[in-house]
Design a protein around this ligand. Structure first.
Ligand code: MCA
Ligand code: AMP
Length: 482
């Protein structure tokens, strides 16, 4: 457990989902459209009543898995668990067998809440959209684990990031302050509900701040254009697809803020978005382990290619490989380290990896390299490791894909890299040496990964080669493949 590394939590409302305060809802402080998703609109009282009914059914569990499809069922499952104080393990809805087995075994989830994948071995607790309960639950402690989010590392299977309720609340309050986010906003996005971006910022944010949420389903330019919100979230791939459709982009003129994160926003996309919508996008930087720690501000400078300054409660610094400080002069590059009240409590079941990811004096080593200028503005230069790939805003470990490919009978050796891609930021490319005398169409290898892991982890391209470039020690030289 790494709770000792987190700074003390001090946050606004003592209720994590403060807009669902039972007393306020009973007193008639309701809105008809708290959440709109998958063709269903839930008022605040619908949401509270139905989620409390879920809470009653799930309250005796400690930890449950939720197949995080973008549906009202997922929303009620997550909110019900938060009401009851049960830890949620969100599972990508398209997770293949290997990924699913790993997440369930590692997390120790006791049941599926809501819809379960076909052939599920765990018991299934149903979620009923029209059930209602008005039982009141005491607010669980801020130290309780709200979520275990699975995220890829450079090697091995994904690790479970433990996020406490206090960290979530502090992270959301810092963003509300940074972005001037209030109950008068209407948030629009179409991001997946199994990562910090779509789930915590994109669902719990509105429920804490009290602003309605419109989830668009697939985040297409047309869906964003039609939604008519004040605040839009997107990963860079979403924004680059929007600027390719100027008619849709122009519909965003009436928004208050457009916010980009999860991966670097290319400068030409930033500029084109400003031209078409009149809004210079807000860029913000974060990680599953830290939530959002750095952002530009709607009332401050927005500099293309830069992600701004730390949000409330966060401190940042740069260090070289020996741990010595690197000057904040806008040019010197160093490893970015952060601290703040929104940091995670460690990787589940991995105390050594948790300890290694913090410095002796309690700073989290992000693994990103950055520069900081004299005004405290940050630019993310890249990752320390070539083995962490960002594709469509998803963090994908090369090692996990290599393990999957090596499990295919035709593959003798493989090296997976991320190559620059205009649409996805990075595109996953697998170099493969086939076993002698064996042939396998490239598409079959791609499908193999898509069926074992999640679809977004599939290589977009497989390049069959006679040998991989190796150094004298026999280590694959991925930089030569790039
Ligand atoms: C193609 N498909 C296949 C295959 N080939 N399906 C199965 N097997 C195959 N071999 C089809 C699928 O049927 C599906 O089609 C489509 O490919 C899905 O491909 P995908 O690449 O996933 O879709 P995309 O349209 O290219 O997605 C772009 C996207 C997505 C919508 C931008 O990448 C996305 O949602 N990204 C968000 C990532 C995110 O939220 N990251 C946050 C983590 P069909 O679509 O027709 O069904 S970062 C974070 O949380 C931190 C804190 C932060 O900073 O925010
Ligand atoms: P994840 O844990 O999936 O959220 O991935 C976190 C990683 O995404 C960070 O370590 C960065 O490499 C990258 N990232 C997130 N936001 C940004 C951003 N605004 N600019 C550049 N990289 C980003």
């Amino acid at each position: 457990m790494a709770a000792q590394y987190r700074w003390p939590v001090s946050y606004g409302s003592p209720l994590l989902l403060s807009s669902l305060n039972p007393a306020a809802v009973a007193a008639g402080i309701d809105i008809p459209d708290a959440v709109t998703i998958d063709g269903v609109t839930l008022s605040r009282s619908d949401l509270l009543g139905a989620a409390t009914s879920v809470a009653e059914r799930v309250a005796r569990a400690q930890r449950v898995a939720v197949l995080a499809e973008p549906t009202a069922t997922t929303v009620l499952a997550v909110v019900g668990c938060l009401i009851a104080g049960v830890t949620v393990v969100p599972v990508p809805p398209d997770a293949g067998n290997a990924e699913l087995e790993h997440i369930l075994a590692d997390s120790g989830a006791q049941a599926w809440l809501g819809r379960a994948p076909e052939g599920a071995a765990l018991p299934v607790i149903p979620v009923r959209l029209h059930a209602r309960s008005w039982h009141t639950y005491a607010e669980p402690a801020p130290t309780a684990t709200a979520f275990i989010l699975y995220t890829s590392g450079t090697t091995g299977a994904p690790k479970g990031v433990m996020l406490s309720r206090g960290a979530v609340a502090a992270g959301l309050d810092a963003l509300a302050k940074a972005w001037g986010w209030t109950a008068n906003d209407v948030l629009v996005h179409g991001l997946p509900l199994f990562h910090v971006h779509g789930l915590i910022l994109g669902l719990l944010g509105p429920l804490r701040v009290g602003s309605p949420l419109i989830h668009t389903g697939k985040p297409t330019p047309q869906a964003y254009a039609q939604a008519r919100g004040t605040m839009y979230f997107g990963v860079p791939t979403v924004w680059s697809r929007i600027v390719e459709e100027p008619e849709a982009a122009k519909e965003l003129v009436s928004a208050r803020v457009l916010i980009s994160g999860s991966a670097p926003l290319p400068v030409p996309v930033f500029e084109r978005l400003r031209e078409l919508t009149g809004h210079a996008p807000i860029e913000r930087y974060g990680m599953s382990e830290t939530m959002i720690t750095i952002s530009t501000r709607p009332d401050g400078e927005r500099r293309p290619g830069w992600v701004g300054t730390p949000v409330a409660g966060v401190r940042t610094r740069l260090c070289d490989e020996a741990g010595n400080p690197v000057p904040h002069d806008g040019e010197s590059v160093g490893g970015l380290q952060v601290r703040g009240p929104m940091l995670f409590d460690g990787y589940l079941n991995r105390p050594e990896v948790t300890a290694e990811s913090f410095t002796a004096d309690g700073w989290f080593k992000t693994g990103d390299v950055a520069v900081i200028d004299a005004e405290g503005f940050h630019r993310i230069v890249g990752r320390e490791s070539v083995d962490l790939i960002k594709s469509g805003g998803y963090r994908i470990g090369a090692g996990e894909i290599e393990t999957s490919l090596l499990g295919h009978p035709a593959v003798a050796e493989t090296a997976v890299i991320g190559v620059p891609d205009d649409d996805l930021g990075q595109r996953i490319v697998a170099y493969v040496v086939l076993r002698e005398g064996v042939d396998a169409p490239e598409q079959r290898l791609i499908d193999h990964v898509a069926s074992e892991l999640s679809i977004h982890k599939r290589p977009r391209e497989v390049r069959v080669v006679a040998a991989l470039p190796r150094n004298a020690m026999g280590k694959v030289q991925k930089k030569l493949l790039l």
